[in-house]
Design a binder for this molecule. Structure first.
Ligand SMILES: [Zn+2]
Length: 315
C-alpha cells in the first residue's frame, strides 16, 4: 500500500523526518531533549485529532497554543504576531524562525515557544515535568506524555504506530463483532470490546509499542493488563490465565511481545476462574485530553489479523 498522504504530497516518513529535524534543532538551541518535544507534540496531535474545538494543524507540528495564551490575556490584539508586544502583555509566543514574527501556526515558532517555556523550568526531566504540570494541570496528561518520552527515548524514532494481532494465527481462535452487546463478559453495562475465543493457555501478545500501565486483578476483568501506546490509546486485555514472566507496570512492550495467555479469570474474588468459556477480552480506549472513552476494536483487529495472514503467505 502506498504511504499515507497528508494534504501535500508527503509520506509519513518524510513528515516524521521533518518533525525530527525540528525537534533536534530546538534541542540544539534550547537543550530541551528532542524526545520531550516529540512527546508533547505527539500527545497534542492525538488530542487535536479527536477534538473539533481545536483548529487543524497547518504544518507538521501538532502543538496548539490558545490565542490568549500566545498573545497574552490582556493583549487587545488576540492575533498579535509582534514578539515585542506579545512579550509586553505576558504572552507566551516567541519568534522561533527569525522572521521577526511570532506566529502560533508556524512550526518553528510554536515548537521554540514551547521549548523556551520548558527551559524556564530547567533542562532536567524533574523540572521539565513540573513545567508540564503547570501547563496542563492534569495528571493523566503528564502520564501520557511521560509514556511517550520513554518510548521515543528508547527507540530513537517517531514511527511507533505498528500493530499486531493479539493471538498467534496458528492457533484456533474465533471472534465476531460484539460491540455494544448486552451479553458478553466485559464487566461493563454494555460490551466494550471484542471477545476472542481460544483455548486456555493460548499466548496473548501486545498489539502495539507501549507502556504497561496496569496489571493485576479486577473483579470483572479477572487478571487483566492495560498497555498505553504512543497515540494516547489504551489497549486492554482481560480474563487472562496469567501474565508473561517478569512483566511489570511501567515496562516497555512491542507488537507481538508475549504478555500472558488466554484464560477465563474474573467475575469473583482474585483467582476466580471458569465462570465462562476461555477467551481474551480486548478493548481500546482513547484519551482526548479531557476524558477517556472506549471504541470498537473489531475493525482494527480485522486489519491486524489480515496483515498477519499476508505475512505468513510471504514466508
Ligand atoms: Zn468481552
Amino acid at each position: 500500500m502506498p504511504n499515507q498522504v497528508l494534504g501535500a504530497d508527503k509520506s509519513i516518513e518524510q513528515i516524521n523526518q521533518e518533525r525530527m529535524n525540528l525537534f533536534k534543532k530546538a534541542e540544539t538551541i534550547t537543550q530541551i531533549p528532542w524526545y520531550v518535544l516529540a512527546s508533547v507534540d505527539q500527545y497534542e496531535r492525538n488530542v487535536r485529532r479527536t477534538r473539533n474545538d481545536i483548529p487543524k494543524a497547518k504544518g507538521v507540528i501538532g502543538i496548539y497554543i490558545r490565542p490568549e495564551v500566545w498573545a497574552g490575556m490582556q493583549n487587545p490584539d488576540q492575533s498579535d504576531t509582534n514578539p515585542t508586544s506579545i512579550s509586553l502583555f505576558g504572552g507566551m509566543g516567541i519568534d522561533g524562525n527569525g522572521d521577526g514574527k511570532a506566529e502560533p501556526d508556524n512550526d518553528e515558532d510554536v515548537l521554540f515557544t514551547f521549548a523556551a517555556y520548558l527551559l524556564s523550568y530547567g533542562i532536567d526531566l524533574e523540572n521539565i515535568k513540573i513545567g508540564l504540570w503547570d501547563y496542563y494541570q492534569r495528571d493523566k496528561t503528564i502520564g501520557l506524555i511521560s509514556g511517550h518520552m520513554k518510548l521515543f527515548q528508547k527507540y530513537g524514532r517517531l514511527d511507533l504506530d505498528q500493530h499486531s494481532f493479539p493471538v498467534p494465527i496458528r492457533f484456533n481462535y474465533s471472534f465476531k463483532n460484539t460491540w455494544g452487546d448486552a451479553r458478553g463478559w466485559g464487566g461493563r453495562r454494555i460490551h466494550e470490546g471484542t471477545d476472542i475465543f481460544a483455548n486456555y493457555g493460548v499466548p496473548v501478545s501486545s498489539t502495539c509499542y507501549g507502556i504497561v500501565e496496569m496489571k493485576g486483578w479486577n473483579r470483572f476483568g479477572g487478571w487483566r493488563l492495560g498497555i498505553r501506546d504512543s497515540s494516547n490509546t489504551y489497549h486492554y486485555f482481560a480474563h487472562l490465565n496469567g501474565f508473561a514472566d517478569g512483566l511489570q507496570v511501567g515496562q516497555i512492550v512491542e507488537p507481538g511481545q508475549l504478555i500472558g495467555s488466554v484464560g477465563s479469570s474474573g467475575y469473583g474474588p482474585p483467582g476466580t476462574s471458569g465462570k465462562f468459556p476461555p477467551h481474551l477480552h480486548y478493548g481500546m480506549y482513547k484519551d482526548n485530553g479531557r476524558t477517556e472513552w472506549s471504541y470498537d476494536p473489531y475493525p482494527q483487529l480485522k486489519v491486524w489479523e489480515r496483515a498477519e495472514y499476508r505475512k505468513r503467505k510471504r514466508k
